[in-house]
Design a protein around this ligand. Structure first.
Ligand code: ATP
Length: 255
């Protein structure tokens, strides 16, 4: 298998004195889609924000294309090819759809995606281009947030709860778009509560347990098998002395 595009190595993140991510290992390969699953408060958002530089790790390495980007500013990380579509979309409510997109265009550097590409991908955004962001529906806001991320032409697109609050028909549309990105070899990291949505796109799964520990990192098939056995709630952590990789399917007891 190719070298990982992104590799977390023993990454720990804190909020003040509180540990939120506990010595995480994770690999994302070029063109791979990794589903980050786990219950409320387990640390999925913190993981997404740690990679994107919003909550930098206190210890460990965040290797992107073999360079440790831990401690870099979010802007520099975005410029290097990592885009975060945050939970809750965070679009500018008082700016129009097009102005929201142009903010992303102005911060990109020599990239492939253009405004017309985004309008082609999401014709609804073209129809709504003069409408203020705050007046768009939840689905349209999610398209806008995705479009904004794509305008930075990322090699890695991180999506934090992209289906939150959306109707099933809109979610199907998002699956189509993300499948197209995957076919274009954009790596995807999807943090989700909706397991089936994430598994329909994923190649591998990372399961995060409360306390910010990765308790499974392996193939979708292995994850489903454990689910069928009713054991996904009791997954034990991968062996940290080796580091978990997407090929380990590691479910070993660390105790
Ligand atoms: P959800 O699915 O509800 O978004 P999550 O898996 O994304 O949950 P996080 O939001 O990353 O989990 O939270 C991980 C832990 O960090 C939780 O215990 C949470 O209370 C704590 N936490 C998150 N944000 C902060 C913050 N800004 N300050 C202090 N603690 C925080």
């Amino acid at each position: 298998m190719s070298d990982p595009l992104l590799a977390l190595r023993e990454v720990s993140t804190y909020y003040g004195a509180a540990l939120a991510l506990d010595r995480l290992y994770l690999d994302v390969h070029p063109g791979e889609c990794v589903a980050v699953l786990g219950p409320n408060g387990a640390g999925k958002t913190t993981m997404a924000q740690t990679i994107a530089g919003l909550t930098p790790p206190r210890t460990g390495q965040v290797l992107f294309q073999d360079v440790d980007i831990a401690g870099w500013s979010p802007r520099r990380i975005a410029r290097s090819g990592v885009a975060l579509v945050p939970q809750g979309r965070r679009i500018f409510g008082s700016l129009t759809t097009e102005e929201n997109l142009r903010v992303a265009v102005s911060s990109r550097q020599g990239t492939a995606w253009t405004l017309s590409d985004i309008y082609e991908l999401f014709p609804r955004l073209y129809e709504r281009r003069r409408q203020r962001g705050g007046t768009l529906s939840g689905g349209e806001q999610q398209m806008l947030a995705l479009g904004r991320g794509l305008l930075t032409s990322p090699r890695l697109l991180i999506l934090d709860e992209p289906t939150e609050g959306l109707a099933p028909v809109i979610i199907d549309g998002i699956v189509d778009v993300l499948s197209r990105l995957k076919a274009d070899r954009v790596s995807l990291l999807i943090a989700e509560q909706r397991t089936e949505f994430a598994l329909s796109l994923a190649d591998t799964v990372a399961h995060v347990a409360p306390g910010g520990r990765i308790t499974f990192h392996g193939s979708v098939a292995s994850f489903r098998q454990l689910g069928a056995q009713g054991t996904t709630d009791e997954l034990a952590a991968p062996d940290r002395s080796r580091g978990a990789t997407s090929t380990t399917d590691a479910v070993t007891d660390e105790e």
